[in-house]
Design a protein. Structure first.
Lengths: 278, 313
């Protein structure tokens, strides 16, 4: 609010900000702290490790138990995001610009799938994937990830596409641009931010997904990083692998922090555009 | 894409000139293009949701245990009878409803406060939003391990704060921890949705009310809240359905021990521990029905503010 703000009010909001930042970050910093603790220091509840070690990181980053799932996560996430964004862009373009019967049905269907309980699919999809040979393969996860990424993509992108001043395209053509030039030089740069935002949101959703990841995979061939955490074992079967799990959890959090720090504005715009204008 | 864009601009002009009843060639081309562009998305969405749900309905009417593949038999509704008469289903449903109601209610209040904080701060706006997005973005499983270790006696900082307690070993305390984890993770999303609603409240109205002597609380309840109703309902709908599906954090925190399993945990266990596709499918369908009921209730509650209708905007 750009009204008269007294010094006391400023201090008040400053305190509120600090509280928000602290509440958001302390649970994450706790994981970071655990990941740097030596096995002996794990049994010390302080937030700052008394003995520091890189051992947990070198441990998890040298075992295929974690590296392979990490590769699976990146590969499955990127492919799913790419397909979902391409399909969603096509549908969102149609929703934003064309008149055709069935548009309402499409939007309703996307809304339904956004609300769909994933567990309802697990049992039937498990059987379908087994009989089609998709169980424990990359496509076995990519297909459901694309399906669940699509509603998010269609909503966000059609909100973005509606804001694009499409008349510019006509103007460019009048000025002598070919249709291809009009698209690549005028429309594509305007559409790109929305597509980048959508891609980030879809990728984060795939990166985060756990239920399908543990249900439709059984080995390192396709198990993703979040699912692999649940199967971590300690040095011997009697040690709880707290340090390695914490280190692995921090590793899979790093990409999220990078996205959030660099694309904060876009993520906020993307999250709110679909929901509020939908 | 370039050619399609051109046809479109051409065709819209055509349609406007033509009468309504007879579809011009251009309008028909526009229709066809619209359908073609939507087709891949529709096919994937139907193939991955509608078809499996139909298949689940079929499976739920069969006795189908993966360990007894020769013993598959049509049994009508008896799987539903078995689930609905089982205390496990009702316990899981109770846990799910408790977690959903408490976490959504707490998230709504905290999200509203967070939205106000984000709306009113002039300094450090980016920092607050960036920090708030981290719980939203973090992998639920990673965060759940953080909470689990934090509440492990003689190891976790939160357990140490509360007399070395072990809340994850008792039913109600474990549910409280699950709710805490859920609230921490989802408040930022709620806050951002509400912030978007808050920015639609005209500043002039607030000022006018202030001049008329309305207190801050009056302004909030009489102006802000009614104008934000659509945003609040959308946020509540999404959060409620999301919370009802809770799985990841329970799987890590308690794995459903001490009666803390949600309906999703029950469905998962039935498939992978009992290997019972018939019962598992019946549970799937029952959860689907619960979600449908929640959605219908909310959409009725929207009234004129339903997504898609432009009233109240």
């Amino acid at each position: 609010m750009a009204m008269v703000t007294s010094g006391r009010q400023k201090a008040g909001w400053g305190t509120a900000n600090t509280v928000v930042v602290a509440l958001a970050l302390i649970p994450v910093l706790w994981l970071v702290s655990l990941s740097f603790k030596t096995p002996a220091a794990i049994l010390d509840p302080s937030l700052i490790p008394k003995q520091w070690t890189w051992g947990n990181y070198s441990g998890v980053l040298s075992t295929s138990q974690f590296i392979r799932p990490l590769i699976n996560s990146i590969g499955i996430g990127l492919i799913s995001t790419f397909i979902a964004v391409v399909f969603a862009s096509m549908a969102a373009y149609a929703v934003a610009r064309l008149r055709f019967p069935g548009k309402g049905v499409l939007i309703g269907m996307a809304l339904l799938i956004a609300m769909f309980p994933a567990i309802s699919l697990v049992t039937p999809m498990f059987n379908i994937e087994r009989s089609l040979g998709l169980f424990n393969t990359w496509p076995g996860l990519i297909i459901p990830y694309v399906a669940f990424g699509l509603p998010l993509g269609i909503y966000t992108l059609s909100a973005f596409f509606r804001e694009i001043p499409w008349e510019l395209e006509k103007a460019a053509k009048i000025d002598g641009a070919t249709p291809f030039q009009a698209f690549t030089k005028v429309i594509a740069p305007l559409a790109a931010p929305g597509m980048v935002t959508t891609a980030i949101l879809v990728f984060l959703a795939c990166w985060n997904e756990f239920l399908f990841a543990i249900s439709f995979t059984s080995t390192l061939a396709s198990r993703t990083a979040p699912a692999s955490l649940a199967y971590f074992s300690g040095a011997s079967q009697f040690t709880v692998p707290t340090g390695p799990i914490a280190a692995a959890a921090v590793v899979i959090t790093i990409p999220i922090i990078i996205f959030v720090v660099f694309f904060q504005r876009r993520i906020v715009a993307g999250l709110t555009s679909g929901a509020v204008k939908g | 894409m370039s050619t399609t864009a051109e046809t479109v601009t051409g065709t819209t002009e055509h349609t406007q000139k033509q009468g309504k009843r007879q579809l011009s060639e251009g309008a028909r081309a526009e229709r066809r293009l619209g359908w073609m562009l939507c087709a891949p998305a529709v096919i994937v969405m139907v193939a991955v949701t509608a078809y499996p749900v139909g298949y689940a309905i079929y499976l739920s009417l069969e006795r189908y245990n993966l360990e007894l593949p020769q013993d598959i038999k049509f049994v009508g509704l008896s799987n539903y009878g078995a689930v609905l008469s089982s205390p496990y289903w009702w316990q899981a449903l109770k846990v799910t409803v408790v977690i959903t109601v408490f976490s959504v209610a707490i998230t709504l209040v905290l999200g509203m406060i967070l939205a106000q904080v984000m709306h009113r701060t002039l300094f450090g706006r980016g920092t607050v939003r960036t920090a708030a997005l981290i719980p939203y973005g973090i992998v639920t499983v990673a965060a759940a391990y953080g909470w689990q270790y934090a509440w492990t006696p003689s190891q976790g900082y939160l357990s140490a704060l509360f007399n070395n307690s072990a809340p994850l070993t008792s039913e109600y305390k474990a549910i409280a921890v699950i709710i805490l984890a859920e609230v921490w993770k989802t408040t930022p999303f709620m806050g951002l949705l509400l912030l978007a609603g808050l920015s639609l409240v005209p500043e002039d109205l607030q000022k006018a009310a202030m001049v008329d002597g309305a207190t801050a609380w009056q302004r909030f309840t009489r102006i802000t809240l009614p104008l934000m109703k659509p945003a609040i309902l959308v946020a509540l709908l999404f959060r409620t359905l999301d919370s009802f599906r809770i799985f990841d954090s329970i799987f890590i925190l308690t794995d459903g021990t001490n009666n803390t399993g949600s309906v999703s945990i029950l469905g998962y266990d039935n498939l992978f521990n009992a290997l019972n596709l018939g019962i598992g499918s019946a549970i799937s369908i029952l959860i689907f029905i619960c979600v449908a009921i929640i959605a219908v209730l909310f959409i009725k509650g929207f009234g004129t503010a339903a997504p898609g209708s432009n009233v109240g905007r």
